[in-house]
Design a protein around this ligand. Structure first.
Ligand SMILES: [Zn+2]
Length: 446
C-alpha cells in the first residue's frame, strides 16, 4: 500500500484540497480523502491531475521517428512511409526492441502518460520464423515497460493477409504473420508472468473474416483493438472487395461494444460516427501521427454530438507529449470548421478534453474507470503550479493552460500504478536507458 498527499488534486467531481490517495498492491486507488492529514503519506509537491492512458503504441517506431522526413520528389503518403518502416524493422532483434521500448516508455511517462496499450505485431524473426519462444518479442516489450515503470497492456496482433482480397503476406510482412491461436499462446505465456494482455486485430485487410471470428471466440472478454479506417485507400479497397466500408464491415462481423477500441477511426461517414459513439467503443485517436502521415482529420464534433468516447495514442511516437495530442485534435477541426467551440459544450475545453481522454483511455485499456477515484489505476501527474506554463492559473484553467499553452513541460512527478516512476522531472534510470538506446540506434542506422 502506497500513500501520497497532494496540496490539491483534480477529482472527477472537481478540485479538492489536501488530497490523500492510497494505492493497493494492484496499483489501483483504494482510498481517497480530502482535507486529509499527511501522516504516513509521501507529500508530493505540485497539483495532481490524472495521467492519460496511451491507447496506441508501436514502441519500435520511436527509433525511426524523424527518419522518414525526406522525399525523393515522388508521391509520399502513408503507404510510402510504410515501406520505409518495413525496411527499418527488418534489422530489429528482441534486445533492440527492449532498448527502444524502455526509452520510449520513459519519454511517455514524462509526457503525461501513466500506462500504455502496446499494439504489438513484430512477432517473428527477420526471416519469418518464430523465435524458440513465441512470446520473445512481446517479452522484450514487457522488460522495457518494467525498466521504465510504465503500466502496460500487451495486445498481440492477429496479422495474416496483405489485403481485403485475402492476398498472402508480402516478404517484408513475414515477421508479422500471426494467427488467432498464436495470439492466444502469446497471451497465455505473458499472463503466466502476471502481464495484462488483450486482443488486437491489425486491420480488416490483415485479418480475414474467419480470423476475426476465431480470435473473438478465443478471447470472449477483455479489450479488443483494431486499426479501422486510417486511409481513404483502405476504405476504397474494402468497398470494392466487400461492398461495405471498413467500419460497416466491422459491425457486420463483430459485436462492437465497450470492449473495443477503434484506432484511427478517421474516415467515417456521419452515420458511422454515430454508430461508433452509441456502441460504447472508444475511438483511438493519434493526432500527431495522423498529421505526420497525412491521414486525415477525425470528426471530433460528430463524436461529441452523440456522446462518444475517445482516447489518445501516440502510435509512431513523432510526439510523446499528451497535451500536444489534445491540442492537435482540437485545432484540426477548429481550422476546418473555422470556429473554436461546439455549441452546447459549455465549460473549460482543455480540462474537458483531458478528463475525457483519461476516461476513454482507461476504458480502452480494460479498466473499469479512469481518473482520481476509487477503483481506477493510480496513474497521477503532479504539475509544477509555478512553472511559466501554469503560473497564475487555478482550477480548470490549469488543464486549459496545460493543453493549449504548453511552454515547456510542467509535469514534475509521474506515478504509475501507485509507484512514482518520475520525480522532479527525472527518471532514476534515464541516463542508462538513453545510453543503451543510443547504442542500439547507432547499430540500426549504420
Ligand atoms: Zn498503429
Amino acid at each position: 500500500m502506497a500513500a501520497f498527499w497532494f496540496h490539491s488534486a483534480r477529482l472527477p467531481t472537481g478540485w479538492a484540497q489536501g488530497v490523500r490517495i492510497e494505492a493497493d498492491s494492484h496499483g489501483l486507488i483504494a482510498k481517497i480523502e480530502t482535507h486529509a492529514d499527511r501522516d504516513g503519506a509521501e507529500v508530493i509537491s505540485g497539483v495532481a491531475v490524472p495521467a492519460l492512458a496511451n491507447v496506441h503504441s508501436h514502441a519500435f517506431q520511436r527509433a525511426m521517428a524523424g527518419l522518414a522526413e525526406f522525399s525523393d520528389g515522388g508521391r509520399d503518403d502513408f503507404w510510402s512511409w510504410r515501406e520505409r518502416m518495413y525496411a527499418f524493422l527488418q534489422r530489429l532483434d528482441p534486445d533492440d526492441i527492449e532498448a527502444i521500448a524502455a526509452q520510449t516508455y520513459v519519454e511517455m511517462l514524462k509526457g503525461g502518460y501513466g500506462s500504455v496499450a502496446e499494439f504489438h505485431y513484430v512477432h517473428r524473426d527477420p526471416s519469418g520464423d518464430w523465435y524458440s519462444d513465441k512470446a520473445a518479442t512481446a517479452r522484450a516489450i514487457v522488460r522495457g515497460a518494467q525498466t521504465a515503470g510504465l503500466g502496460l497492456l500487451v495486445l498481440p496482433v492477429v496479422y495474416l493477409t496483405s489485403g481485403f482480397d485475402g492476398a498472402a503476406l508480402k516478404p517484408r510482412q513475414m515477421r508479422f504473420d500471426c494467427a488467432p491461436q498464436d495470439v492466444a499462446d502469446i497471451r497465455s505465456a505473458l499472463e503466466k508472468d502476471g502481464v495484462r494482455t488483450g486482443l488486437s486485430l491489425h486491420s480488416l485487410r490483415a485479418a480475414p473474416e474467419s480470423a476475426v471470428v476465431e480470435a473473438l471466440a478465443l478471447s470472449p472478454s477483455g479489450p479488443v483493438h483494431i486499426h479501422v479506417a486510417e486511409q481513404i485507400g483502405e476504405v476504397e479497397a474494402c468497398l470494392a472487395q466487400t461492398g461495405r466500408r471498413p467500419v460497416e464491415r466491422l459491425f457486420d462481423l463483430a459485436p462492437v461494444d465497450d470492449r473495443w477500441c477503434l484506432i484511427h477511426a478517421t474516415h467515417m461517414t456521419p452515420e458511422e460516427t454515430k454508430r461508433v459513439s452509441l456502441s460504447g467503443a472508444v475511438a483511438g485517436l493519434c493526432p500527431s501521427t495522423e498529421g505526420n502521415l497525412g491521414d486525415g482529420l477525425f470528426d471530433l464534433p460528430g463524436l461529441e454530438a452523440h456522446g462518444g468516447r475517445f482516447g489518445i495514442g501516440t502510435d509512431s511516437h513523432v510526439s510523446l507529449n499528451a497535451p500536444e495530442e489534445l491540442r492537435w485534435l482540437d485545432y484540426g477541426w477548429r481550422i476546418q470548421q473555422r470556429r473554436r467551440f461546439a455549441e452546447g459544450r459549455a465549460g473549460h475545453r482543455g480540462a474537458d478534453l483531458w478528463l475525457r481522454a483519461v476516461e476513454g483511455g482507461a476504458r480502452a485499456l480494460g479498466e473499469s474507470k479512469g481518473g482520481l477515484q476509487l477503483g481506477a489505476r493510480a496513474d497521477i501527474l503532479a504539475l509544477d503550479a509555478n512553472h511559466p506554463t501554469l503560473a497564475g492559473r487555478s482550477g480548470d484553467l490549469i488543464l486549459d493552460a496545460l493543453v493549449f499553452c504548453h511552454q515547456g513541460n510542467p509535469i514534475r512527478t509521474v506515478i504509475s500504478g501507485g509507484v512514482a516512476a518520475v520525480r522532479d522531472g527525472r527518471h532514476p534510470h534515464e541516463a542508462a536507458i538513453a545510453k543503451r538506446y543510443a547504442q542500439t540506434l547507432s547499430k540500426l542506422v549504420a
